[in-house]
Design a protein around this ligand. Structure first.
Ligand SMILES: O=C(O)[C@H](O)C(=O)CO
Ligand SMILES: [Mg+2]
Length: 253
């Protein structure tokens, strides 16, 4: 039977993070994950996790200058100082709340210099995270929602993971983004299984609850079980209204 992690960047995003953790536990999720928890003291998050018994699977590095539209800086040449400060900050926070994964956000960039910069920053992140048993994740984002994002295919992600060659660098396979970019989810999940560190999902194309749209998720759950993937799947969707009224898919899974 599939297990699920509530992505608190989208689910219960309207309540403080510790209360969102409690809401996810009450709803029956097996784990939680978040985007950018940095405004909340880590001790408050750790206390809510201890109280509920849930683990926080992951968090993201900061995006950078939001007013300037940044969406990560790790592939931005000449921003190494910020990129590494964001990586250090994410590791410190992840250690405090015992989070297993950090998604290092690349940003809007293209070309060889961006590639070289991303590789160097990922090397830095993997080396710094390894003593804490933290895995670094990279995630291709679709170019409808995030046009110009540096990482936009599974082929590119697999090639970067091979080039860095660190055992703690993995792919965040977000079924929503990969369906919009490439499709062929069943085969890609099997082929990429050795490098997958976490899986997320949502309906396509509206990014709503995973109970409608062009992906039949019960097939994906069964396929993942058949290939031995048992980790919680990250429900990273945008509820149409209150999160609590969007959970029929969870109770029917
Ligand atoms: O948008 C997504 O799919 C991500 O998982 C994320 O972390 C924020 O961009
Ligand atoms: Mg995602």
């Amino acid at each position: 039977m599939a297990r699920f992690s509530a992505n608190l960047g989208f689910l219960w995003h309207d309540v403080p993070l510790p209360d969102a953790i409690r809401a996810a536990a009450a709803a029956g999720f097996d784990a939680v994950e978040c985007h950018w928890p940095y405004d909340v003291p880590a001790k408050d998050v750790a206390a809510a996790l201890a109280e509920t018994g849930l683990s926080m699977l992951g968090l993201n590095t900061r995006r950078g200058d939001l007013d300037a539209g940044e969406n990560g800086v790790a592939a931005l040449p000449n921003r190494e100082h910020d990129a590494r400060a964001f990586i250090d900050e994410a590791i410190t926070y992840a250690v405090a709340i015992k989070a297993a994964n950090i998604h290092v956000m690349a940003g809007f960039a293209t070309g060889q210099a961006a590639h070289d910069c991303f590789i160097a920053n990922l090397n830095y992140a993997c080396t710094a995270a390894a003593p804490h048993d933290i895995t670094i994740l990279i995630e291709p984002l679709n170019h409808y929602d995030a046009p110009g994002y540096f990482l936009d295919s599974t082929t590119q992600a697999a090639s970067i993971i091979a080039e860095v060659g660190a055992p703690n660098l993995k792919l965040m396979f977000d079924c929503y983004h990969i369906q919009r970019l490439e499709g062929n989810l069943t085969t890609k999940l099997s082929d990429l299984l050795p490098i997958i560190g976490h899986i997320q999902f949502a309906a396509v194309p509206d990014r709503g609850a995973p109970d409608h749209g062009e992906i039949h998720y019960p097939h994906i759950y069964a396929h993942l079980a058949s290939i031995g993937y048992t980790a919680p799947l990250g429900a990273e969707y945008k509820p149409d209204g209150a999160t609590d009224t969007s959970l029929a898919w969870l109770h029917n899974a």
